[in-house]
Ligand binder design. Structure first.
Ligand code: FE
Length: 470
C-alpha cells in the first residue's frame, strides 16, 4: 500500500543520469519517495490511496530557492527603479520593513508562501537581515506561517555585531538625504554584542530548528562590514555544532569591498569558508576568489535578477562551475526581482551568461535547471534528501502543466521548463508527501487566496504611507 501516486507525466528525475521518464510516475509512502519509473509498472506495483494525474505534464522535484527575503514583499511598488544597492537598502527596504507590525510580517509571510507554492517552490532559505533580537514576536509570527504553509523553510537568523565606521556612517547620511520624508531607522538599531547575538541565535536553533521536520534555522551574519571576525567564527561553529549551515551576503556591491584583501580571502582566513557556508551573491570576486571557494567547498547562491536590477553586475557563474563550485539560483528580495519564482528567472539567467560570454554553450538548460533543483539542494547541504526524484528522498514534487500554446511543442521538458515556461504553469505541489496545492488550489492555508491578496494590498498601501514613501 502506498499513500500517493503522481502519475501520467514526464518525470524529470534530476538523478545522477538526469533521466527523463516519459509516461512516468512517482510513488510516495509517508514523506518519502519509494519508487520512480514507468507509469504502467508503478500502477501494477503500487495500490495508492491517492492519485495525482499529471495529464502529460512535467513531474519535477520541488524547487529549492537558496537565497530570498520575505518581509519586503509588502513593499512591492514602492521601489523607484533608479537606485543602487545602498540607496535601495537605506531608503526603501530598511525604513519600510522596520515600519511593519507583527501582523504585517505574518501577512507578508503568507503572501510570500502563496507565491512560492504557486511557483513550485518546496524549500526556501530566508535571509532575515533586519532582526531586532530583544523581541522574537516577528520571527515567531513568520515561522508559524511557514509551518502552516506546508513547504520547507530555512530561517537565516540575521547577525549584526559591528556598527558602521564614521566613513560609512557619512556615506549613509548622504544617501538618506535623497528621501528626507522617510523615517530612517538609526544604523545602530540592529547592532548587538557578539555574545548576545550568538546566544539568541543558538537559542532560536534549539527551540525552532527541526532536524527531521520542515523548519530549519541557520546562523546568518548579514554582511562582511557589519560582522566581527569573532562573530563569523562563532556562526560557523554554531552551524557545526547543530548540524546546519550558515549563510551571509558577500561581495554584492563594490561599496562593501573596502578591504585590502578580498572578502573571500578574509572569510577563508578567519575560518568562515567550508562545506557549511553558503555565500549569497559573490559578484565582486576574481579568479583567485573562485579558486578559494572551490578549494574550501563553499557554495554560492547566485541572485541574477536582483543583481541586474541593482546594476551591481553578476557573479562569474561560468568560472565557478568550471572550478567545481556548487551554485544555486536564488530570487533574493521580492521587491528587486520582482518575484520569488525561480523558473521565471532561469531563462534570463542562462541567457544573461550566454550573452555576456558571447558563447551560447555556457549555462545550458540542464545546468540552469540543476541550479533550481539538485545543485540548489547541494548548495544548502540537503542533496541527500532533496532536489531530485529518487527512491529514498523526501517526497517534494511539483507538477507543471505543459498543455499551453507557449510550451508546445515540447521535445525536451528541461529545455522547455528553462527557456519557455514563465513559472506559473505549476498546478500541483507535494511537500514531504503532503499535497500543498492541487489543480492550482492551495490546500495548506484556510484563507482564500483572493482574501489574502486584498488584505496585502490594503496593508501595503498603509505601510507605504506610514513610512513616508512618495
Ligand atoms: Fe539578499
Amino acid at each position: 500500500m502506498t499513500d500517493l501516486l503522481v502519475t501520467n507525466g514526464r518525470v524529470v528525475t534530476q538523478d545522477a543520469d538526469r533521466r527523463v521518464i516519459d509516461d512516468g510516475a512517482v510513488a510516495v509512502t509517508g514523506d518519502e519517495i519509494v519508487a520512480v519509473g514507468p507509469a504502467d509498472e508503478l500502477a501494477a506495483d503500487f495500490d495508492a490511496d491517492r492519485l495525482v494525474d499529471a495529464e502529460g505534464g512535467a513531474i519535477i522535484p520541488g524547487l529549492v530557492n537558496p537565497h530570498t527575503h520575505v518581509s519586503d514583499i509588502l513593499l512591492r511598488g514602492s521601489f523607484a527603479e533608479d537606485r543602487g544597492l545602498l540607496d535601495w537598502l537605506y531608503n526603501v527596504k530598511r525604513p519600510g520593513t522596520l515600519a511593519m507590525t507583527v501582523d504585517d510580517q505574518a501577512l507578508a509571510a503568507t503572501l510570500y508562501c502563496l507565491e512560492a507554492i504557486r511557483a513550485g517552490v518546496t524549500t526556501f532559505v530566508e535571509n532575515d537581515t533586519e532582526v531586532v533580537w530583544d523581541d522574537w514576536s516577528t520571527i515567531e509570527a513568520k515561522l508559524a506561517v511557514y509551518e502552516r504553509s506546508g513547504i520547507r523553510s530555512v530561517y537565516g537568523a540575521g547577525m549584526v555585531d559591528r556598527g558602521a565606521d564614521p566613513a560609512f556612517q557619512e556615506l549613509v547620511t548622504d544617501i538618506q538625504a535623497r528621501d528626507a520624508n522617510v523615517d530612517h531607522p538609526p544604523l545602530e538599531l540592529f547592532v548587538e554584542e557578539t555574545d548576545d547575538v550568538v546566544a539568541e541565535v543558538e537559542s532560536l536553533i534549539e527551540t525552532h530548528h527541526e532536524p527531521e521536520g520542515r523548519q530549519s534555522v541557520w546562523p546568518a551574519p548579514v554582511v562582511v562590514p557589519t560582522t566581527t571576525t569573532r562573530c563569523f567564527r562563532e556562526a560557523y561553529a554554531l552551524a557545526e555544532e547543530h548540524d546546519v549551515m550558515t549563510t551571509a551576503h558577500v561581495a554584492e556591491a563594490e561599496a562593501e569591498e573596502r578591504r585590502d584583501i578580498s572578502s573571500i580571502e578574509y572569510l577563508r582566513n578567519v575560518g568562515y569558508l567550508g562545506e557549511r557556508a553558503l555565500l549569497g551573491h559573490c559578484v565582486q570576486i576574481d579568479e583567485r576568489d573562485v579558486r578559494i571557494l572551490a578549494r574550501t567547498g563553499t557554495s554560492v547562491a547566485h541572485n541574477y535578477m536582483a543583481n541586474m536590477r541593482l546594476a551591481t553586475g553578476f557573479a562569474p557563474v561560468v568560472a565557478m562551475h568550471d572550478a567545481g563550485v556548487t551554485v544555486g539560483l536564488g530570487t533574493d528580495n521580492a521587491i528587486l526581482n520582482d518575484t520569488v519564482n525561480p523558473l521565471s528567472d532561469a531563462r534570463a539567467m542562462a541567457g544573461g551568461h550566454k550573452g555576456y560570454h558571447r558563447d551560447p554553450s555556457v549555462v545550458p538548460a540542464q545546468r540552469a535547471f540543476d541550479m533550481l533543483t539538485i545543485e540548489a539542494a547541494e548548495a544548502i547541504g540537503r542533496a541527500d534528501d532533496l532536489g531530485s526524484l529518487e527512491a529514498g528522498k523526501q517526497a517534494d514534487i511539483a507538477v507543471v502543466d505543459l498543455n499551453h500554446p507557449h510550451l508546445t511543442p515540447c521535445s525536451d521538458p528541461v529545455f522547455t521548463l528553462v527557456h519557455a515556461a514563465q513559472g506559473f504553469e505549476v498546478d500541483t505541489v507535494v511537500c514531504a508527501g503532503e499535497i500543498v496545492m492541487e489543480d492550482r488550489e492551495i490546500q495548506s492555508f484556510d484563507e482564500r487566496v483572493d482574501d489574502v491578496l486584498a488584505r496585502a494590498s490594503r496593508a501595503s498601501a498603509d505601510l507605504v504611507e506610514r513610512t513616508g514613501f512618495e
